[in-house]
Design a protein around this ligand. Structure first.
Ligand code: SF4
Length: 418
């Protein structure tokens, strides 16, 4: 059990072991920036420990909250009940102060205040597009920044596009995010925090509030979700908990570039809807656009789709297809696609390409996209042409993170000149 007299590092080291003791002081200066005394420390378990020893509870699951309560000496027979109360206050009411937990006695509230915090990570940038799309750049810990995007009017309400990694290893050639190196996987807590930040910003507490706009979650932000399946599963246990954030599992979509061995296990673990980032219907072209296809070619990918747990006409797989002028947008490409999808309950999202500086790709023209959609539609597959959203704030598909890095670089140049 920690006490306020202990040095922060002593408390953290006692909780997480001597390995952390050796490691923590090295983190006090990252990217040449000094950390404040209350900054969250990267890479401590779940990234939830601050340098002052307090543990950030928001983003943690029930088991982790229980473990924290045990650590501060809560009677074992009361831990379950206290966990339930605190979980409900955090995820149903979105409270930001322990004083708001009115069914928790004052002495315990004071203890919680001494050992824990309900703070959120810093929002480095918040942008709102003319079309209502909102983009958040969130600093999870020093040097670890992620973007998430709230898109209104998706489905009947709105969807939050969340990131699963910082950067990406996969180098899909149409995607700007793929040009940025992988920093690391996000923790489950950091995935949950993206939802909390959007809920705060939209003023959608408590969960029981009617007409909430944030009803759907799509894992289509930065990174390949199926390289972080375990943490996504843990995060969804919190996000989908009916006593907390309460987002139904049928409203969760996980998108993959085609990490075949993880597709089935992810479906079993999460019951999420599956989306495949496809973009080409023959191996030669797909490998050119998405190098991962060399490792997991279309035959294996399509088999994994056919075997996806719970697949049916009411639970179709969404195939994402970015429209690249003269590359994958001809009628024969559409016919190949139709053949490839045969027998799979599927829907095809046609995405006009969002250009970014340095890309050689150009978006197909509107008429070509329409003809392509007509062919796919006529074969019995819904093929909506996705409206590009949030382009004025660089929040559109494949543009995430790039602008924030660019801005930081220009800010550095400006500062150097000053
Ligand atoms: S499309 Fe997804 S998997 Fe491919 S590079 Fe971009 S972020 Fe990575």
């Amino acid at each position: 059990m920690g006490s306020l007299e202990d040095s922060p590092h002593e408390v953290i080291a006692r909780v997480f072991g001597s390995a952390y003791r050796d490691f923590a002081p090295l983190r006090l200066r990252v990217r040449g920036r000094a950390m404040s005394a209350t900054t969250l420390i990267d890479r401590a378990p779940n990234g939830a420990v601050r340098t002052d020893g307090k543990v950030a509870l928001v983003g943690l699951g029930r088991d982790e909250i229980s473990a924290e309560l045990a650590r501060i000496g809560i009677e074992p027979k009361k831990i379950r009940m206290r966990t339930k109360q605190i979980f409900h206050w955090i995820y149903n009411y979105g409270v930001t102060s322990f004083d708001q937990m009115t069914n928790v006695g004052k002495p315990l509230r004071a203890k919680l205040e001494a050992d824990f915090t309900l703070e959120r990570p810093e929002i480095v940038e918040r942008l709102i597009s003319v079309d209502g799309t909102r983009k958040y750049l969130i600093r999870m810990s020093p040097g670890v920044e992620v973007e998430s995007v709230f898109i209104p009017d998706v489905s009947k309400t709105g969807a939050l596009c969340v990131s699963s990694q910082v950067g990406c290893t996969l180098n899909c050639t149409f995607c700007h995010t793929g040009t940025q190196p992988l920093v690391r996987n996000l923790t489950a807590r950091e995935i949950v925090l993206q939802v909390i930040i959007a809920r705060d910003d939209l003023g959608e507490w408590p969960t029981t509030q009617e007409n909430r706009k944030l009803t759907n979650i799509v894992f289509m932000g930065m990174g390949e979700p199926l390289y972080n399946t375990e943490k996504i599963g843990d995060a969804l246990d919190v996000i989908c908990d009916p006593e907390g954030l309460g987002i139904g599992r049928r409203r969760i979509t996980v998108s993959t570039s085609g990490v075949v061995p993880e597709i089935g296990p992810m479906g079993e673990r999460t019951s999420a809807q599956l989306a495949i980032s496809l973009h080409a219907a023959n191996d030669e072209l797909r490998t050119q656009i998405m190098p991962i296809n060399k490792k997991y070619p279309l035959k294996e990918l399509m088999q994994a789709c056919r075997d996806y747990p719970g697949l049916s006409n009411s639970r179709r797989i969404t195939f994402e297809y970015v429209m690249l002028k003269g590359i994958n947008d001809q009628p024969w490409h559409a016919k190949q696609l139709i053949k490839l999808l045969r027998g799979i309950p599927a829907k095809v999202n046609l995405i006009p390409f969002n250009p970014w500086p340095g890309t050689d790709y150009v978006c197909s023209d509107a008429e070509t996209i329409k003809s392509f959609a007509d062919l796919v539609n006529a074969a019995g597959y819904a093929s909506p042409i996705r409206k590009t959203r949030g382009q004025d704030i660089f929040a559109a598909c494949g543009q995430l993170k790039s602008d924030s890095e660019k801005k930081r670089a220009s800010a550095i140049r400006k500062a150097a000149k000053a």
